[in-house]
Design a protein around this ligand. Sequence first.
Ligand code: ASP
Length: 344
Amino acid sequence: MNNKKPNILLIYTGGTIGMVKDFKTGSLRAFNFKNLLKRIPELQLLDCNIETVSFENPIDSSNMNPEYWVQIAEIIEGNYTEFDGFVVLHGSDTMSYTTSALSFMLENLAKPVIFTGSQLPIGDLRTDAKENLITSIQLASIQNKGKPVIKEVCLYFEYKLYRGNRTTKLNAEHFQAFASMNYPDLAESGVHLKINNEYLFHPNLNKKFTVHKKLNDNIALIKLFPGISQSVIKSVFNTPGLKAVIIETYGAGNCTTEDWFVNILHEQISKGIYIINVTQCSGGSVIMGHYETSSQLKKIGVVSGKDITTEAALAKLMFLLGQNNFDDNTFKTIFERPLCGEIS
Ligand code: ASP
């Protein structure tokens, strides 16, 4: 590799970007990564050294799971000293879950890890894949005095770079598929690449890069709706081994004040189950106690998800439960505090 140019590792996990249409069924399926690179000769014009590595069997990201997250983290860990930046090609469907998970798993990350993908396959005439891929590599290559400028897990899609753990997939067909409703864009691609330095994450560079691989998936997610029944809520809490539940509430963290509901939650919290309040709204924050319909949650010890996304809340929960046993108050304090810019 040329010493002066940044070294970028391109990691292919699957997704539409590298898919082809199956002639028999007409469905899109993942295909060989080598063919993907042949389709973008422009990559050789970039001012960096690019090496590639691929999942042995690339996946549609709807099949993503914590074991694959560990696989991505291990690829980054194994190549961390040799490369200056990482670009991960990933299906858009669950990309926000993966960027959230990796942001917790890669502690004290001091290099860019940029996830991208596309809505149309790279071989499609109208594809959005080329711009997404080329700009992601350029962003991962930006350096200041020989050091990477971006030092966090990001998501790049349709001219915008976002903090990965702040994103949500909002649209299944627009090229602009993602949004970061509660945190400003980290960069924009126009005639120039405009980096919004003030919003970038600044890790403590004196601390050692550490990869966490233990995740606990004994968790559940309940989305409230008017009319949700007692038996549905009870059946979730009856799940064997359950450690924590995220409740997607209305607006600023509100829910029904009916006794049966609050009593079930109270009973579960007394048993040591953590309950986290995250809003169903795409933007804004949970403020328990703001309305009467949330003050009872505050009183019984529900954890506030504040302005976290559901994706980041699920990932943070799996990560924290995988680390240690906490006493109830420590867990609440840690969950409500930002670990890597996921919460305000
Ligand atoms: N189903 C695809 C996936 O997430 C969609 C995409 O790549 O955008 O893998």
